[in-house]
Design a protein around this ligand. Structure first.
Ligand SMILES: *[C@@H]1O[C@H](CO)[C@@H](O)[C@H](O)[C@H]1NC(C)=O
Ligand SMILES: *[C@@H]1O[C@H](CO)[C@@H](O)[C@H](O)[C@H]1NC(C)=O
Ligand SMILES: *[C@@H]1O[C@H](CO)[C@@H](O)[C@H](O)[C@H]1NC(C)=O
Ligand SMILES: *[C@@H]1O[C@H](CO)[C@@H](O)[C@H](O)[C@H]1NC(C)=O
Ligand SMILES: *[C@@H]1O[C@H](CO)[C@@H](O)[C@H](O)[C@H]1NC(C)=O
Ligand SMILES: *[C@@H]1O[C@H](CO)[C@@H](O)[C@H](O)[C@H]1NC(C)=O
Ligand SMILES: *[C@@H]1O[C@H](CO)[C@@H](O)[C@H](O)[C@H]1NC(C)=O
Ligand SMILES: [Ca+2]
Ligand SMILES: [Ca+2]
Length: 588
């Protein structure tokens, strides 16, 4: 007997000490069997002696997504006191909440009943009569026989072995074409909390990871599937799909359900290529861009969630680059090929074809997908020549413009996107120029040749034959220019280096013809009168585009070798011989 008693006491003691919390103690079988016939617990009233547990709900949260049911696991804090207020046990003293399964006889019956129907964060007082607790035996030195126990509880967590990951979409952008699948790489923001709302993790930066490859807790792998960029979701994960019995560090207790608010900001797959859509192609597209072309385009750059990171429009200048030669990110280099001038399209570039996992400066985060809405303003190739399209040609077109001719013309000059830069119609006097004298840009000079009066043309000039890389007033650097031209006047010119040419044979002997009053000397007035007479009679032509008197004065000064204001026969002969001499040399 003595030995048995000792053993029994010893057993009790060790069980109490080894197996806190106290509530895990199994009821003596007989008492449990007796209690099984007792009906459902009344929630109010406190007859004395108590037949059942008494439940007082001190705080019920407004939102209660789930109530404790038989078979659920629960995590809660409690204080256990006797009716006189003396505390006999508290989960707070142990520093960790109590974890147990409800309604299966693993707790004292009073608790199995008292917890049912509870919500997370609810505060309850459960008063348990002795026959639903430790009965007439009590429990070791802690609970005397026939003792009524009072438990104050607050429920922290609730889950069931059957639970799955639960997701609730809070908001979702319209027109979501792509959703997260296994092996995708995602970037998301999240706030993590325990089920009772205690936050355990959130960060400024996105969390960047592969999905479905074991980098995440199982519940998160599942919870992210099917999400669109821009979608907000709540993901609720039972402990066995999160950090389980061990918990995680000091922040996630053992057996904790986790609740994440997730906002997906980025999504791609390492197998992705660039994606092109929203294409708007102009009606006419004579040519498509190829490797080596130099392109000017505008763009708006955003991330997948629509956040802008850069725009050429803000700088008021296009982005200019050679394409296909590695001057831009690989995705862009590829996407810019095969485009028409004036085309618009959206280009989505995965990070491995953009700035990779390290991103770029403060602007592009690592592993970011980039979206460019681009508008091609123009492109050209350094090998391009001037493109001339005749739009109107008069029936009679015998006299055409050539080098040294003085011409007058009308023109509009625009960029290829239609922006008008200049119209000569806005000036009082039409512009005039002498072709081949570098007075206009090379491409325009070329475009104005072989034209007859009344002819109209469209002439496209690449920048290396226009204003070059630096541009000019109102002309952006490297811009291709489009000219609408109409020739209004031609005055045939004289060969380069000449001030005057004979259109017919010159009079012989020339000095006698020139010396109008036959006094053997030719002053400027006489010389001028003679030349003007030749021009008027269509026998000769003066250099056009300059004041005729100035040109004639130059001619006269050339002949008047001793500068005495008169040309003599010898002076003239000498000059003619000299010219002939020069000509012979050049022929040789
Ligand atoms: C237990 O008592 C302590 C104070 O003694 C209190 O802070 C705590 O909230 C109580 N716990 C419950 C579940 O009522
Ligand atoms: C996380 O919490 C912060 C602060 O309340 C909030 O601004 C942010 O939107 C939350 N993030 C998510 C993904 O819900
Ligand atoms: C771009 O042009 C707009 C309007 O012409 C002007 O307000 C803005 O300051 C310019 N921005 C830059 C960067 O030049
Ligand atoms: C990214 O940065 C790390 C550390 O700065 C460097 O070791 C790595 O080579 C970089 N990766 C790429 C692709 O540039
Ligand atoms: C870029 O954004 C501006 C302002 O929202 C818009 O006017 C412009 O059309 C956009 N460009 C492209 C190519 O989408
Ligand atoms: C122009 O040339 C055509 C033949 O090409 C000729 O018939 C016509 O007379 C010429 N006109 C003038 C003004 O020279
Ligand atoms: C320039 O544009 C105006 C307006 O479209 C047009 O009336 C005019 O004929 C154009 N000039 C030329 C030389 O084509
Ligand atoms: Ca004379
Ligand atoms: Ca002289």
């Amino acid at each position: 007997h003595k030995e048995k008693l000792k053993a029994a006491q010893g057993l009790h003691r060790t069980r109490i000490m080894e197996a806190p919390p106290l509530l895990l103690l199994l009821l003596p079988l007989a008492v449990a069997a007796l209690l099984a016939v007792v009906g459902p617990p009344p929630v109010t009233g406190s007859p004395s002696p108590l037949e059942d547990v008494v439940i007082e709900r001190h705080y019920i949260p407004k939102l209660c997504a789930r109530e404790v049911q038989i078979g659920d696991f629960v995590r809660y804090h409690y204080n256990g006191t006797f009716t006189d207020g003396k505390r006999f046990d508290s989960s707070h003293d142990r520093g960790t909440p109590f974890i147990g399964q409800v309604g299966l006889g693993r707790l004292i019956t009073g608790m199995d009943r008292g917890i049912q129907g509870m919500c997370v964060n609810e505060h309850r007082r459960v008063t348990v009569p002795p026959h639903l607790a430790y009965g007439s035996l009590g429990a070791g030195n802690v609970i005397p026989p026939d003792t009524t126990l009072i438990f104050d509880l607050v429920l922290l967590d609730i889950w069931n072995a059957e639970d799955k990951v639960e997701t609730h979409t809070l908001s979702k952008p319209e027109g979501c074409v792509r959703t997260v699948q296994a092996s995708d790489f995602v970037r998301y923001h999240y706030n993590g909390s325990l089920l009772d709302g205690t936050p355990f993790d959130s960060r400024k930066q996105t969390y960047d990871t592969y999905v479905g490859q074991g980098y995440l807790i199982q519940g998160m792998e599942e919870g992210l599937l099917g999400m669109c960029v821009g979608e907000r979701r709540t993901v609720i994960i039972p402990p066995f799909l999160a950090y389980g019995e061990k918990g995680y560090g000091t922040t996630i207790p053992p057996q904790a359900s986790l609740m994440f608010d997730v906002l997906l900001v980025d999504l791609h797959n390492p197998k992705d290529d660039i994606i092109m859509d929203n294409q708007v192609v102009p009606e006419s597209c004579a040519r498509k861009s190829v490797v080596g072309d130099f392109m000017r385009y505008h763009y708006n750059g955003t991330f997948l969630d629509g956040t802008p990171f850069d725009s050429s429009y803000q700088r008021n200048s296009t982005y200019n680059t050679y394409i296909g030669l590695g001057y831009v990110i690989p995705g862009m280099d590829k996407a810019l090929q095969g485009l028409c001038i004036g085309e618009k399209r959206r280009i989505t570039v995965p990070p491995h074809m953009a700035y990779g996992e390290n991103g770029s400066g403060d602007v592009i985060p690592g592993s970011a997908v980039l979206v460019f809405d681009i508008h091609v303003i123009d492109f050209h190739n350094p090998k391009d020549t001037v493109e001339i399209r005749v739009t109107q040609k008069p029936e009679e077109c015998n006299l055409t413009s050539a080098a040294n001719d003085l011409i007058r013309y009308r023109y509009n000059c625009s960029l290829l996107d239609g922006t008008l830069i200049y119209s000569s119609d806005h000036q009082e006097k039409p512009p005039e120029t002498v072709l081949g004298t570098f007075r206009v840009i090379e491409g325009l000079d070329e475009g104005l040749r072989d034209m007859c009066v009344g002819e109209r043309r469209v002439v496209i000039v690449p920048p290396h034959l226009g204003h070059g890389e630096n541009g000019a007033r109102d002309v952006p650097g490297s811009a291709v220019l489009l000219f609408e031209l109409e020739l209004t006047h031609i005055q045939k010119g004289v060969p380069e280096g000449y001030l005057f040419v004979w259109l017919e044979d010159s009079p012989e002997p020339i000095y006698q013809a020139m010396d109008l009053n036959k006094d053997k000397e030719v002053p400027l007035e006489e010389f001028s009168e003679f030349i003007k007479m030749q021009v008027a009679n269509g026998k000769g032509r003066l250099l056009p585009g300059r004041d005729p008197d100035v040109v004639i004065k130059d001619m006269f000064d050339n002949q008047d070798r001793n500068k005495d204001g008169r040309v003599t026969e010898d002076e003239l002969k000498l000059k003619v011989d000299e010219d002939n001499e020069k000509l012979r040399h050049e022929e040789l």
